[in-house]
Design a protein. Structure first.
Ligand code: 5GP
Length: 189
């Protein structure tokens, strides 16, 4: 527990850019939490309610919107996603950093939120490699893949709004770069 307030570490990037692998590594550190978002989409194979997301009904989500329970929320790929305010405040008030894996709309809502914020955008080395990674993942139908690819260009156009842009050409190299940005490691990478 630290006397200093922790930070919100916002991680965004197009689908299959490697941002999930990145945050999973970051939260292995002591003092780094993950913000479990609420969503109205269905769980994918292997996902656990309360660990990956809070999977909720559209009605529950709207109630939380009305109650102001979200620090930010947005509609992505036709489903609602939101960051639970109480969870984030709890982490940073005890001095922990908390990672938010959220889309560009949500990140835009946090810019003026008055909380300590570090924003990172994960870029794939190329669109072709991103498409290949998405197909290799095998978790989406062809229709879902096409829907996700159609918004990649738009998402990428927001990269410049982030404090840091990192390219996932080599995962370990990128991870080291991010740890340096966050002050988790001091040596040059
Ligand atoms: P997925 O369905 O692949 O888990 O996530 C789809 C998109 O929703 C990703 O771009 C992810 O970053 C975004 N997302 C996940 N949680 C949140 C959230 O709480 N708020 C916002 N704005 N986007 C989120």
């Amino acid at each position: 527990m630290s006397s200093e307030r922790g930070r919100l570490i916002v991680v965004s990037g197009p689908t299959a850019s490697g941002k999930s692998t990145l945050w999973r590594q970051l939260i292995k550190r002591e003092g780094v939490d993950f913000s479990v978002s609420a969503t109205t989409r269905n769980p994918r194979k292997g996902e656990v309610d309360g660990r990956d997301y809070h999977f909720v009904t559209h009605e529950q989500f709207q109630t939380w919107v009305a109650e102001g329970a979200f620090l930010e929320w947005a509609e992505v790929h036709g489903k609602c996603y939101g960051t639970l305010r109480a969870h984030v405040l709890q982490s940073i008030d005890k001095g922990n950093d908390i990672v938010l894996e959220i889309d560009v709309q949500g990140a835009g809502q946090l810019v003026d939120c008055d909380l300590p914020l570090v924003t990172l955008f994960v870029l794939p080395p190329s669109r072709e490699i991103l498409e290949q990674r998405l197909r290799d993942r095998g978790t989406e139908t062809e229709e879902q893949i096409q829907r996700r690819l159609s918004i990649v260009e738009k998402e990428m156009s927001f990269a410049g709004d982030y404090q840091h842009q990192v390219v996932n050409d080599d995962f370990e190299r990128m991870e080291a770069e991010v740890e340096q940005i966050l002050g988790y490691r001091t040596e040059a990478c």
